[in-house]
Write a protein that binds this ligand. Structure first.
Ligand code: CAO
Length: 415
């Protein structure tokens, strides 16, 4: 079967997490991704958070599937020659170096355009143009600067970063979309272009409902679906909303049977308006269906805390899975709080290829997250990440280098 991006060749200069997430997705869609790594060193994450001595870390293996790896000293004149050839033969260069690093290497946009006017140059940077454009950025910096941390957590606690890597993997996703759009536009213009995804911008894009709420707060002084309503005062910025649901259907995390010993014995419960009657019946509070204090979403808003306390008295009598089963019979939206252990063992996620077991020559079998985007005509097969420089000879041969030339590059430590 063919793949969506068959024939697209990516010069992958990415490292750590944000850029590699992007190029891994492109590889899963069928692009030939050639990861260029520093000779002798490789991507720093190969050695970070190691759990098996001398084997590439899970951090690296889980972000670099389906790629080829070549090593190259791009600061060496002969390495630059190899890079020139690679640029001429690839469609997209993806990088997430610190600001200015590609220019300092001698590969400015102008130079790349001269070598290959069809090349798309795609970058992740921490910030777009502005006061912080020269800063190096990691995940949590982006979560803080993009509005996520100030709006996450509880009212009486400090700002909180989330476990979801919205700064790194979130930006990688944004960049992948930009690259595919640029490839599409190139079909008509014949030209490459620059694609930039800034981590602050990507986090903010994912936090757009909080910018919505900022403007509602500015106008009305209140956010009635927030837990601060009606008892606490609102300040001038969107407060942390705890576990309140972001939309117009109030929700909260409630304890289930076993919560005293199991930190994940909880369920997310949404009091969706159309199923209010069913909720009341399930928890045995049928009088609330018509009671003037509870009958409509508007009157319920000022009583959400006591409503969720009452629902919790019911959820605490059931395990999260028992509660899920009963609530789903009545179409009441809810979700179990799943631990990573439960997710790793979930057979339905294995069946869809969302959780995949991969074999690696140095570390043996490990679990990874497969392609979350499923396409009917472009299936994803997850292939283990490459060892450092595993494909150097293969790629150099494809570029026209003979055995002697490759040996010379190796002797001079260019590859
Ligand atoms: N051969 C020779 N030199 C190479 C090379 C190669 N194959 N590949 C990279 N280099 C050089 C670069 O040219 C750069 O050299 P100079 O500093 O002399 O110009 C150097 O290696 C280091 O690059 P870097 O500054 O990008 O790396 P760092 O570890 O210092 O910083 C990071 C890491 C992530 C903070 C920074 O790259 C960054 O801010 N990137 C943009 C934002 C981003 O993607 N952050 C997410 C990271 S995931 O959490």
């Amino acid at each position: 079967m063919s793949k969506a991006l068959d024939g697209v060749r990516i010069l992958d200069f990415t490292h750590v997490q944000s850029g590699p997430t992007c190029t891994q997705l492109l590889a899963w869609f069928g692009a030939d991704v050639i990861k260029v790594e520093k000779a002798g060193e490789g991507d720093a994450t190969r050695g970070q958070l190691r759990d098996v001595p001398d084997a590439d870390s899970l951090y690296f293996t889980m972000l670099n599937h389906n790629k080829r790896s070549i090593t190259l000293d791009t600061k060496n004149p002969k390495g630059k020659e190899v890079l020139n050839t690679l640029i001429k033969s690839c469609d997209v260069l993806v990088e997430n170096f610190a600001p200015g690093a590609l220019d300092r290497m001698g590969f400015t946009w102008e130079k790349i355009q001269e070598l290959n006017p069809r090349m798309i140059v795609a970058s992740v940077k921490g910030f777009g143009p502005g006061p912080y454009e020269d800063c190096k950025v990691y995940e949590n910096v982006a979560q803080c600067a993009g509005g996520s941390a100030s709006t996450t957590g509880f009212d009486d606690g400090p700002p909180l970063v989330t476990g979801a890597q919205i700064g790194d993997s979130g930006t990688g996703l944004h960049l992948a979309l930009g690259i595919v759009a640029a490839l599409y536009q190139r079909n008509t213009t014949g030209r490459g272009q620059k694609v930039l995804a800034a981590m602050q911008d990507s986090v903010l894009n994912l936090c757009r409902v909080k910018l919505r709420d900022q403007q509602r707060l500015d106008r009305t002084g209140l956010l009635k679906e927030y837990p601060q309503f009606p008892d606490s005062k609102f300040g001038d910025a969107v407060p942390r909303a705890g576990n309140a649901s972001g939309g117009g259907q109030p929700g909260w995390i409630l304890k289930c049977k076993g919560w005293e010993t199991d930190p994940n014995a909880y369920i997310y419960f949404i009091t969706q308006a159309p199923v209010w009657g069913a909720i009341c019946k399930v928890i045995g509070q049928e009088d609330w269906i018509t009671h003037p204090d509870y009958a409509t979403p508007a009157v319920r808003l000022s009583r959400l805390k006591s409503i969720f306390d009452r629902i919790e008295a019911w959820t605490m009598t059931k395990t999260k899975f028992e509660a899920m089963k009963i609530l789903n019979e009545f179409d009441i939206p809810c979700g179990p709080i799943l631990s990573m252990k439960e997710i790793a063992e979930d057979q339905s996620l294995r069946a869809t290829g969302t959780v995949v077991e991969v074999d690696h020559p140095k570390r043996g079998k490990y679990l990874t997250v497969g392609n979350p985007i499923k396409m009917s005509d472009s299936l994803t097969e997850v292939v283990r990440s490459p060892l450092l420089g595993e494909h150097t000879d293969e790629v150099l041969t494809e570029l026209g280098y003979g055995l002697e030339a490759i040996a010379a590059l190796r002797t001079e430590k260019v590859v």
